[in-house]
Design a protein around this ligand. Structure first.
Ligand SMILES: Cc1cc2nc3c(=O)[nH]c(=O)nc-3n(C[C@H](O)[C@H](O)[C@H](O)COP(=O)(O)OP(=O)(O)OC[C@H]3O[C@@H](n4cnc5c(N)ncnc54)[C@H](O)[C@@H]3O)c2cc1C
Length: 410
């Protein structure tokens, strides 16, 4: 029995290991186009690898998986974040859950995850072939012919596609001969460039809890916000880019962004807060006392852009100026002018259509023996370890499904 996995990333390597544990006599091969396996995993979490999340602050699957929430809800029952944590700890990688509920290796080194997976693959006899870029799959019963760039084709009874996300449709072209339905891929998880960046001088400023939304749409998000030298970033912006990934793509990344610097605080509450500050510090200058959520530089900028002189005494702040300031604090508008210039897309929205696979086994409905797992499917998450969790979960589920089918045949 030959089982081939295409792509030695998180889902592919994990699936190969789980398969080798379940089917110790199977011939399991992983074909990877790059010269190194798990290259992306080594970069995750800024080199620290945020491999999962405790899920304790997750209000709904939809909140963390903008695409594929229903599928993930079902699959996480098979292999959850606690299973992931147990798996890696038993494989010799101690883990740590941060206060923000993101889970990292205690070593804070993504290479420990990479080495752990490679060690397991080697010990279990999984054959890893790097430098093998798959260009086409043909149905040749029983199984599939796998074609490569500059290498002879091979035949495999079972093929598991784990090629990850690709924001360009060309990344899925090797599936075209089989006519597997796909959802057009677009980037997700990026930061925004701003027109004439009005906050450029505040680069490096972090607001711990801001709320952001795209004006005139239902798309919104909240969390830490970071001012960068090209625009805005941080978890709040990345989340917004994720929930609105397709909308932003269709509007060519030109949109109106509203920032509430005080999180979910409404304008009336902000006005009250300004009143309280004025009552507490009547003789102080407006520029010298600011809401705890902001830093001094940002406060001075907000005063300036609301036409409020920073050397004015709080007692002299008029009702009209207070209202202008409250509006600026809670609804500060910016024009988005594209994704950030560094093209640091983290994941892909779109991919193989979920309607084309069996949600219990991840087997392609039209092509028995062909499976998909990981980001190649139309499943992606916000930041926080949820994308890698999807890869581990799907890697496990697909391995169990393939092994179950093979054992049944014996
Ligand atoms: C910089 C960065 C940081 C990230 N940080 C985090 C994080 O901290 N936490 C988190 O949860 N998620 C993070 N992600 C997202 C996460 O890395 C991915 O969602 C996850 O790796 C997807 O796993 P996968 O196995 O589906 O795909 P991948 O890990 O991308 O693996 C796919 C593999 O397939 C190979 N491949 C592609 N096409 C072919 C082909 N035609 N033939 C042969 N091989 C092919 C690729 O070279 C690759 O090795 C990050 C992503 C990036 C880019």
């Amino acid at each position: 029995m030959t089982i081939s996995l295409i792509g030695a990333g998180a889902a592919g390597c994990f699936a190969a290991i789980q398969l080798a544990r379940l089917l110790p006599h199977a011939d399991i091969r992983v074909y990877e186009r790059l010269h190194k396996p798990l290259a992306k995993v080594a970069l995750t979490g800024g080199g620290r690898c945020n491999l999962t999340n405790s899920f304790s602050q997750v209000s709904s699957m939809e909140a963390v998986y903008p695409r594929g929430a229903r599928l993930m809800k079902r699959l996480l029952k098979e292999f959850s974040h606690t299973d992931t944590m147990r798996w890696f700890e038993q494989a010799g990688v101690p883990l740590l859950t941060q206060p923000d509920q993101c889970v990292f290796p205690v070593s804070q080194n993504a290479r420990d995850i990479v080495h752990c997976l490679l060690r397991q693959m080697q010990q279990l006899g999984v054959k890893l072939h790097c430098g093998f870029r798959v260009t086409a799959l043909q149905a040749v019963a029983p199984g599939y012919q796998i074609e490569f760039a500059d290498r002879p084709a091979v035949h495999s009874q079972i093929v598991i596609v784990t090629t990850g996300g690709s924001p360009r449709p060309a990344g899925l072209s090797f599936l075209s001969t089989l006519q597997v339905p796909t959802v057009p891929p677009v980037p997700s998880l990026f930061s925004f460039s701003l027109v004439q960046h009005p906050l450029a001088s505040l680069s490096g400023t972090v607001v711990e809890h801001a709320a952001v939304r795209l004006a005139g749409t239902k798309f919104k998000a909240s969390g830490p916000l970071l001012v960068t030298h090209w625009g805005l970033s941080g978890p709040a912006i990345l989340r917004l880019s994720s929930v609105a990934a397709r909308h932003l793509h269709e509007s060519n990344y030109q949109a109106s962004l509203s920032v509430n610097w005080l999180g979910e605080t409404g304008e009336a509450e902000a006005l009250q807060l300004i009143g309280q500050m004025a009552a507490a510090h009547p003789q102080k200058q407006v520029g010298s006392v600011w809401p705890v959520q902001l830093n001094h530089r940002l406060w001075l900028h907000l005063l300036h852009s609301s036409d409020v002189a920073s050397d004015l005494r709080w007692s002299a702040l008029s009702g009209k100026a207070s209202r202008r300031l409250a509006a600026r604090l809670t609804n500060h508008n910016f024009s988005i002018d594209g994704r950030n210039p560094y093209k640091e897309e983290f994941v892909t929205c779109g991919g193989v259509s979920l309607g084309s696979i069996n949600p219990r086994t991840l087997e392609c409905r039209e092509h028995p023996g062909l499976y998909f797992a990981g980001e190649v499917l139309d499943v992606d998450a916000v930041t926080g370890g949820f994308n890698l969790q999807a890869a581990w979960t799907m890697g496990h589920v697909v391995a169990k499904a393939v092994a179950g089918k093979e054992v049944h045949k014996m």
